[in-house]
Design a binder for this molecule. Structure first.
Ligand code: HDD
Length: 710
């Protein structure tokens, strides 16, 4: 729970001292605060001076000019004018939480990294999730990659694993990053579109960058519209190295696997969520942590040696490629639990500075050129954003292990050493010394070659894994990829860009290319793009790449929206809410009026939303518990009809009691009821309904919804 700051302290706080006849109270940190009239803490300037009037600025006469000696006004407005810092150039919109990482078993055989030495050891963690392209105030459900940045405060320094929810990237060389980001963000002359890649510049760059094709398949899949941060994977993307005490190195790829399984929303749903609740992902994380449902991920690693790397189909240094889990099984090594929201968003989530170069002894880099470029970039950006080199003095960025160095001074230096000696070596035997045995030592490696700007031949196959991703998807997921490509390209005004993209799709999957071309209204097909290497048709599908295959099996962690009216059957409602709670899921009640409804037994039931503010897109499944007396008014509400029609078209499970049938009729689905629209049995059968909800979506319904048969 958030700690209360002294300023927000309740008026009842006890007076602990009296100094110069002034009543004082002790704040959280033991510091003394003065008390104003009454019991509230005394308002002061930033210099600590008591303020007499915070409502009116100093002026000459009641209608005269303001005067310059109003230092309180000057300071207050000055500070306000400087409240903003530059937003992140990418990943500006984000949300963070505190937690811990727990090591399962010692990994000493592979790494000397301190956090992996002892089974059961817990390491403090801070995680920030983000979207990439949108500005700080953009909506959560933009179709976009999600950042998954983890800071682990280990006993041998901070380790930042700055990953995404997708294991590959757009480009192979960091020198292309500014171009990629420029193309993805708002176009510079018009400053739109916001938080969207559905525009000419993005697809122009992408269609001229064949190395991005694997990533294109991932971003056009439902991975980029996750249901919540809690239901998505995270990936370190690059190949890193683990180094043990004998200086033996093992290649490693890091994967975060959500305990709840994977889940995304439908595109039409995402668009509506952005309107109904632009903070959908923030609210979800906030609510689940504040209610004690702590999200959890398992850290899994793919470990391999040089021999495997040499024999693998693709270059392990190429960040546009994965190693399928079916080829190299991941090993679970620990778990990450998020259990505390920051006390202050700005101080923690906004000021947290992740840097890929932050690695403890036992973790090392590979020669992935994207990773090496990143190691160069992140420090600069923190200097710009946070305003000076002392950002490590901020509590969120400071190590939690002992640290000592001779870096000094600079803007806002908060930790200043005392004493005379601020250099090494010195004759006074003072100050910290380096340790060749304990310190981070790069793995000894012999590198040689001709200095040149080049891209290795082993990075040249741009289509085979894109195809593998596509053929690994279930039919609904393949449909969604085609629909997403069609939507995005339909927003591209320049015909040649649309054609160029389809010419790439021809190298990935002909049916996909034809579907997209047909939906875009092409008169003829372009020829396939020239490929540096032919697409391999022999790569096996990898079921691990499908969200549906890795979906949850239970309703746990999800939310049921229950639409109720006056006269709702109290027993049924109580039975359903109890069954949902037992499943470790949550429910929210929606009614025509936000005050509440009177149930069949005369009891008053408070609700969370009025129907206009609680559309079904905010829930994983819905139930309609109405009554003969309440249904007549409900069917007249357009929003009630939308509630049901949307739930149906988004392939959600719908439970209803008989009184709600007129609403199903009004929503136009009474004739299309399928196995996902369930008449609610009496109380006894409710647990069966809840276990049915575990399937989440009725994907079989989708084609008929699309064809307007419902
Ligand atoms: Fe990056 C932020 C992830 C490539 C340069 N990046 C940033 C964040 C994440 C990633 C999650 C947000 C961190 C936070 O929450 O504060 N970036 C990635 C991944 C990449 C990647 C997974 C490819 C595998 N990034 C990448 C390249 C460059 C950058 C190639 C530059 C050469 N990234 C930055 C940055 C940011 C950043 C400009 C902006 C804000 C920040 O660093 O702190 O330095």
């Amino acid at each position: 729970m958030a700690k209360k700051s002294p300023v927000r302290s309740p008026a009842s706080q006890t007076v602990t001292a009296t100094i110069h006849d002034q009543k004082m109270q002790r704040g959280e940190g033991g510091e003394l605060h003065q008390i104003a009239e009454g019991d509230a803490p005394l308002l002061t300037t930033a210099q600590g001076g008591p303020v007499s009037d915070d409502q009116n600025s100093l002026r000459v006469g009641p209608r005269g000019p303001l005067v310059m000696d109003d230092f309180h006004f000057r300071e207050k407005i000055f500070h306000f004018d400087h409240e903003r810092i530059p937003e992140r150039v990418v990943h500006a919109r984000g949300y963070g939480a505190h937690g811990y990482f727990e090591t399962y078993e010692s990994l000493a055989a592979y790494t000397k990294a301190d956090l992996f030495q002892r089974s059961g050891e817990r390491t403090e963690a801070f995680v920030r999730f983000s979207t990439v392209a949108g500005n700080k105030g953009s909506a959560d459900l933009a179709r976009d990659v999600r950042g998954f940045a983890v800071k682990l405060y280990t006993q041998e320094g901070n380790w930042d694993l700055v990953g995404n929810n997708i294991p590959v990237f757009f480009i192979q060389d960091a020198i292309k990053f500014p171009d990629l980001v420029h193309a993805a963000k708002q176009e510079p002359d018009r400053a739109f579109p916001q938080a969207q890649t559905a525009h000419d510049n993005f697809w122009d760059f992408i269609s001229l960058t064949p190395e991005s094709m694997n990533m294109v398949m991932w971003i056009m899949s439902d991975r980029t519209i996750p249901r919540s941060f809690r239901f998505m994977e995270g990936f370190g993307v690059h190949t890193f190295r683990l180094v043990n005490a004998k200086d033996e190195s093992t290649f490693v790829k890091f994967h975060w696997k959500p305990k709840l399984g994977l889940q995304s929303v439908a595109w039409n749903e995402a668009v509506k969520i952005n309107g109904a609740d632009p903070d959908f992902h923030r609210r979800d994380l906030w609510q689940s942590i504040q209610s004690g449902n702590f999200p959890e991920w398992e850290l899994q690693v793919q470990l391999f040696d040089q021999e495997f790397a040499d024999s693998f189909d693709f270059d392990v240094l190429d960040p546009t490629k994965i190693i399928p889990e079916e080829v190299l099984a991941p090993m679970a090594i620990g778990r990450l639990v998020l259990d505390r929201m920051p006390d202050n968003f700005f101080a923690e989530t906004e000021q947290v500075a992740f840097m890929t170069q932050n690695v403890p002894p036992g973790i090392d880099f590979s020669n992935d050129p994207l990773l090496q470029g990143r190691n160069f970039s992140y420090l600069d950006t923190q200097l710009k954003r946070l305003g000076g080199p002392n950002f490590t003095h901020l509590p969120i960025n400071a190590p939690k292990c002992p640290f000592a160095h001779f870096q000094q001074d600079g803007h806002m230096a908060m930790r200043n050493p005392s004493g005379r000696v601020n250099y090494q070596p010195n004759s006074f035997n003072e100050g910290p010394r380096e340790s060749p045995t304990r310190g981070h030592r790069p793995l000894p490696a012999e590198e040689q070659g001709t200095k040149a700007r080049l891209r290795p031949e082993s990075f040249a196959d741009h289509y085979s894994q894109a195809r593998q991703f596509y053929i690994s998807q279930t039919p609904p997921e393949q449909r969604h990829i085609a629909a997403a490509l069609t939507f995005e390209l339909s927003k591209v005004e320049t015909a040649v860009i649309r054609e160029r993209m389809v010419s790439h799709l021809l190298n990935i999957d002909e049916t996909l290319a034809n579907t997209v071309a047909q939906k875009l209204g092409f008169q003829s097909m372009p020829k396939a793009a020239d490929a540096a290497m032919p697409t391999r048709q022999d790569l096996e599908p990898s079921p691990a790449l499908s969200i549906v295959e890795r979906g949850p099996k239970r309703f746990e962690g999800r939310k049921l929206g229950i639409l109720i009216t006056d006269g709702v059957d109290a027993k049924l409602l109580n039975g359903l809410t109890a069954a949902i709670t037992k499943e470790k899921a949550v429910f929210e009640l929606i009614a025509p009026k936000v005050g509440g409804v009177t149930a069949s037994d005369g009891s008053w039931v408070e609700v969370h939303h009025m129907i206009d503010g609680g559309p079904s897109v905010l829930f994983d499944a819905v139930a309609l518990l109405t009554s003969a007396e309440g249904i007549d008014d409900l069917v007249k509400e357009a929003t009630a009809r939308d509630f049901v029609a949307d739930a149906f078209q988004h392939c959600k499970f719908i439970g209803y009691d008989q009184s709600a049938l007129p609403l199903l009729e009004k929503a136009g689905i009474a004739d299309a009821l399928d196995e996902g629209v369930l008449a609610l049995p009496g109380e006894e059968g409710l647990s069966d309904f809840v276990s049915e909800l575990g399937k989440l979506r009725v994907w079989g319904r989708e084609p008929s919804v699309k064809l307007g048969k419902a």
